[in-house]
Design a protein around this ligand. Structure first.
Ligand code: GCO
Ligand code: MN
Ligand code: MN
Length: 396
């Protein structure tokens, strides 16, 4: 039996737009034929995914009549039922239409903001109809080339207004749906508002219904900003705000590459899987493992499925390597919490302020000079990490 074969319980999902990417880039047109959404559903199931996500327009092209829309949705639902696939997440395309060139919810033109809101309400209805429990918001064009066009504080306020409105819409309709906000620092705009997951987490707390809003961090987007995806995800998890995740790979300092998961910076990928799966302890992430990536432009359709299988297989291999690393007695020895009475006592003085504790803290012996001279063994620790990652060291 192949232990790395994806199973439904792994909760691997792909967007229609990811495996359906036709390879268009700023320098050249498509290199692959578009695939029917129902075909994608079937192929993803064959590859071992459990879920398929979509933008409204990935399934229902703009300008489709109501009757045609219903027929498309019925076909898609039938494909989901046939295959046992689910649609865990849906989102709204608020970036392709020319009207969105100045943003959607943050645009200066109230007609554009109204169009964005109306389009999103329809996309929410569509997602709910397909069973989605998460609506992602990626404000692809919510930004500027020139900040001369508006007070950026107004951009923030408009975004808040729109999300409050949409949360109220969800409540009003009794939908069982949560929102996940996805940050990106730039591309397609020169600068996008709420550039990182950290920015988003703060913004979430300012919303009327903040309990139904979390984040959707993406590896590539944090890396574009030169930041640690592992830290972004950790902060989201610690705040109980990791509602969804976009897994892919990215070389630092480049445009948004959306590469196959684990194909760049394997060490970071391992540490991310370790965090999500909780192999080092702590809560596990329970939501979908979504791959927001696409195949190289060099590939034909077979290469696309090879790419999809690769994302899931690498995730499972990294999970196994993370388990092996965390089961290594030498690793545990290096990172264990000191449990000797002196250390416990000092630690106790630093938790939960009161005047007595502060007085005792002022007086106790800490010996910072000796502590400053101690080596911590993190070179050895990281070498062990690399050896588990490369498969030359294994612990059950
Ligand atoms: C990108 C984004 C998108 C979003 C998607 C869902 O950089 O293009 O990552 O792929 O994730 O639009 O909202
Ligand atoms: Mn994304
Ligand atoms: Mn992206």
């Amino acid at each position: 039996m192949d232990t790395f074969a994806p199973a439904r319980a792994d909760l691997f999902s792909f967007g229609l737009w990811t495996v359906g990417n036709v390879g268009r880039d700023p320098f050249g047109g498509p290199v692959r034929e578009p695939m029917a959404p129902t075909h994608i559903v079937r192929k993803l199931r064959e590859c071992g995914a459990y879920g398929v996500n979509l933008h409204d327009n990935d399934l229902v092209p703009p300008g489709t009549s109501a009757a045609r829309r219903d027929a498309i949705v019925a076909d898609f639902k039938a494909a989901l039922e046939d295959t046992g696939m689910v649609c865990p997440m849906a989102t709204t395309n608020l970036f392709s239409h020319p009207a969105f060139k100045d943003g959607a919810f943050t645009a200066n033109d109230p007609f554009v903001r109204a169009f964005a809101l109306r389009k999103t309400m329809a996309a929410i209805d569509l997602g709910v109809e397909l069973g989605a429990k998460i609506q992602v918001f990626w404000g692809g064009r919510e930004g500027v080339e020139t900040d001369a066009c508006r007070d950026p504080r107004e951009g923030i306020r408009r975004m808040r207004e729109a999300l409050n409105y949409l949360c109220a819409y969800v409540k009003d309709n009794g939908y069982d749906l949560r929102f996940a906000l996805e940050a990106k620092p730039n591309e397609p705009r020169g600068d996008i508002y709420f550039a990182t997951t950290g920015h988003m987490l703060h913004f979430v707390d300012s919303l009327d219904q903040s309990e139904m809003v979390g984040v959707n961090p993406e590896v590539a987007h944090e890396n574009m900003a030169g930041l640690s995806m592992v830290h972004a995800v950790a902060q989201a998890m610690e705040a109980k705000k990791l509602f969804h995740i976009d897994l892919n790979a990215q070389k630092i300092g480049r445009y948004d590459q959306d590469l196959r998961f684990g194909s760049e910076d394997l060490k970071q990928a391992l540490l991310l899987v370790r965090l999500l799966e909780g192999t080092a302890g702590g809560d596990r992430y329970e939501g979908p493992r979504h791959f927001d990536a696409h195949a190289y432009r060099t590939e034909d359709e077979e290469g696309v499925w090879e790419f999809a299988r690769g994302c899931m297989r690498t995730y499972k291999i990294l999970h196994a390597r993370a388990r092996s690393f965390d089961a290594d007695p030498e690793v545990r020895e290096i990172i264990k919490d000191p449990k000797d009475p002196k250390s416990m006592e000092v630690d106790g003085l630093c938790k939960g302020y009161d005047a007595n504790k502060a007085r005792a803290l002022r007086e106790c012996k800490l010996d910072p000079e000796a502590r400053g001279k101690r080596g911590l063994g993190y070179e050895r620790l990281d070498q062990l990490l690399i050896e588990h990652l490369m498969g030359v060291r294994s612990c059950a």
